[in-house]
Design a protein around this ligand. Structure first.
Ligand code: PLP
Length: 453
């Protein structure tokens, strides 16, 4: 029986990433307030937010400094755009800060309101750049199976998950997907992680050659895949992939929308994964999700191409009303200040051994085939048979069931492709709360096991 608020919800709202038939029966979980890593529903039940919302509320809930930064900017100047040569202090300060902390040489920053818009912009800029450089045929983009880059028409095309393509008539032309770096599922029997990485680099090279290197413009990758099931590539993967990209002059787009800002214990995930992208997308933790903001961090070569096109065409014809929105930018500036002032990334590094140990211990559970992760992000992949790695029939929705048991236990997690349950708490989680998270997840796994047998 739905509550009044739930009934009003299902009569009015379309929920993203939701079974729209099932939610009409169950109604949504309606949350009301939050503090630290905890959120409360409308009945006052507390939940440990083990996914930081959608991998984003890095500083947790109820951070008054961020609220104050937004309120102050709203009172001063709630909106002005940065089109046609106008500007404002928060956007300038944020761009300066991003340039300063970037893990690779960055020349300029372009702002968006989301990760999808950032990756969409990346694609347009790669095409624009190659036109400016006089190589109009070099336009194809290679992404990876199980990669997640968003849902706009271009970003969803880059995403390597069937659920984002089926019946949306995607991907668009000119996008290719190469093998996911998932050793547990895709390695040959006895193949080491290093040999697996070598084979994946060879796969990429074969794809570039088959397409024609003169047609391949860019490769996009998350340092650690998130929504594809938290896939951590082998240690030698990026150096090997980058050698191939370099050989064929393929631009490397780093999608740091989840890994950006401390998730792997370093400011950017690239630093933790020996990844050297040419450009970088960020969003989510850029403002700890207190405001919708993303950014594309652009190297000099790409910026020069934009100057060339501006001279030729009279203007750089791209931008969103909310590019560099002053309130979002002010909150992001404050967020980056807090990360630095409170040594958030160092403190994440101190928590990783405990998080790793608790995560790894889940591999002893009869339902868990692989408990993987890096830094403060992880996933458990549920299997019907640990020895053979046989998966459950997807129709059983085992990971979804586990997530529902987590909810009963007062823990919010998510289930994603391949019966994986993902874990990505706010970076400010305490050691006691890390134990609480894994205790609750273990109880939910036990209930799922009872349900399965
Ligand atoms: N890229 C990555 C790696 C993501 O995880 C996401 C969202 O989860 C996106 C891009 C898309 O971001 P948004 O949902 O803000 O459009």
């Amino acid at each position: 029986m739905l509550t009044n608020l739930q009934a009003r919800d299902v009569e009015t709202l379309i929920h993203p990433y939701t079974n729209l038939v099932a939610v009409r029966e169950t109604g949504p979980l309606i949350l009301e307030r939050g503090k630290g890593v905890w959120v409360h529903d409308v009945d006052g039940k507390p939940y440990l937010e083990g996914m930081a919302g959608l991998w984003c509320t890095a500083l947790g809930y109820g951070n008054e400094e961020l609220v104050e930064a937004a309120a102050t900017q709203m009172r001063k100047l709630p909106f002005t755009h940065i089109f046609g040569g106008k500007s404002h202090d928060p956007a300038i300060e944020l761009a300066e800060k991003l340039k300063e902390i970037a893990p690779v040489p960055i020349s300029k920053v372009f702002f968006t309101s989301s990760g999808s818009e950032a990756n969409d912009t990346q694609m347009k800029l790669v095409w624009y750049m190659n036109n400016a450089l006089g190589r109009p045929k070099k336009k194809k983009i290679i992404a990876r199976m199980r990669g997640y880059h968003g849902v706009t028409i271009a970003a969803a095309s880059l995403t390597g998950l069937a659920g984002n393509h089926n019946d949306f008539d995607l991907p668009i032309a000119g996008i290719r997907h190469t093998t996911a770096p998932h050793h547990y599922r895709l390695a040959e029997p006895g193949e080491s992680e290093a040999d697996f990485a070598t084979r994946l680099a060879a796969d990429l090279e074969a794809l570039i050659i088959a397409e024609g290197p003169e047609t391949v413009a860019a490769f996009i990758a998350e340092p650690v895949m998130g929504a594809g099931g938290v896939i951590v590539p082998p240690a030698t993967y990026y150096p090997k992939i980058q050698a191939v990209l370099k050989k064929y002059d393929v631009f490397f787009i780093g999608d740091e929308v989840i890994t950006g800002f401390g998730r792997l214990g370093t400011a950017f995930g690239s630093e933790a994964m020996e990844m050297r992208p040419d450009s970088i997308s960020v969003a989510k933790a850029l403002s700890s999700a207190y405001q919708p903001i993303g950014a594309v961090m652009v190297p000099e070569l790409m910026y020069e191409a934009m100057l060339t096109e501006s001279s030729k065409l009279g203007s750089f014809g791209h931008g969103y009303t909310y590019s560099g929105h002053p309130v979002a930018a002010a909150v992001a500036v404050k967020t980056l200040e807090i990360y630095e002032r409170e040594s958030i990334f160092e403190r994440v590094r101190a928590k990783i051994p405990q998080f790793d140990a608790r995560r790894a211990a889940l591999e002893d559970h009869p339902l868990v085939g692989e408990a993987r992760g890096k830094g403060l992000v992880g996933a458990v992949e549920l299997v019907a048979d640990k020895k053979t790695k046989r998966q459950f029939d997807p129709k059983l929705g085992m990971a979804a069931k586990c997530v529902a048991f987590c909810q009963q236990e007062g823990l919010i997690l998510r289930n994603v492709f391949g019966d994986a349950v993902t874990i990505c708490p706010p970076l400010v989680i305490s050691p006691a709360e890390i134990d609480e998270l894994f205790d609750r997840l273990t109880r939910a796994l036990d209930k799922t096991l009872d349900y399965a047998v």
